[in-house]
Design a protein around this ligand. Sequence first.
Ligand SMILES: NC(=O)c1ccc[n+]([C@@H]2O[C@H](COP(=O)([O-])OP(=O)(O)OC[C@H]3O[C@@H](n4cnc5c(N)ncnc54)[C@H](OP(=O)(O)O)[C@@H]3O)[C@@H](O)[C@H]2O)c1
Length: 187
Amino acid sequence: MISQHPVEGYAIISADGMIADAAGRMPDAIRNPADQRFLQTELDRAAAVVHGRHSHEGGPRSAARKRLIVTRGVAALAGDPANANALLWNPAGATLQAALEALGVGDSDGIVAIIGGTEVFGLFLPLYDAFHLTRAAHVRIPVGRPVFPGVGPNSSPEDLLARHGLKAGPRRDIDAVAGITLITWKR
Ligand SMILES: NC(=O)c1ccc[n+]([C@@H]2O[C@H](COP(=O)([O-])OP(=O)(O)OC[C@H]3O[C@@H](n4cnc5c(N)ncnc54)[C@H](OP(=O)(O)O)[C@@H]3O)[C@@H](O)[C@H]2O)c1
């Protein structure tokens, strides 16, 4: 929790824990309409969305959302010339609280939604109040970008969430035909 904002993560992963292929592209096989509906509805209740350059959620309501774009390209915080609702943020130079205040959402309600990619998901592992992990059980990406740094043959995404103090909730089959399940992990 950062002031009154719960910190919540959102990812859809392959059976083997990947969010994208080795080239950094998200294959169509791990895109799913039920997951997209869930994500977009959740982001509508966010005070701020946080992501790296290649992890924008898209969709018709995205322009209205306040966002922090994580980058080493600025020392601390700077305006985004491309989006008046966004700030460029380097966590090494400014705290999340300072970034939220600069974004103008310090006192508002709503979650801080973390939507990737790999390093950004990893940065927040100690802070998540909840992580919504969607899995496409029929898809494998043997060489790809994992949801968290450190995911590999001996360490699953679930191992890392558990190691950081989160516990699994019930499994929801959000698209049973496509093999898509969603589990919310909570601190
Ligand atoms: N399946 C899913 O749920 C999901 C979710 C998100 C993304 N994806 C996919 O994953 C791929 C992109 O992944 P990506 O990992 O390359 O993500 P990305 O969103 O481009 O994030 C990487 C960038 O974040 C910044 N960054 C990372 N760690 C940082 C730190 N400690 N301090 C400051 N800046 C930091 C850097 O930006 P600068 O280079 O500007 O310094 C880095 O290039 C895309 O295909 C995307 O569609 C999938």
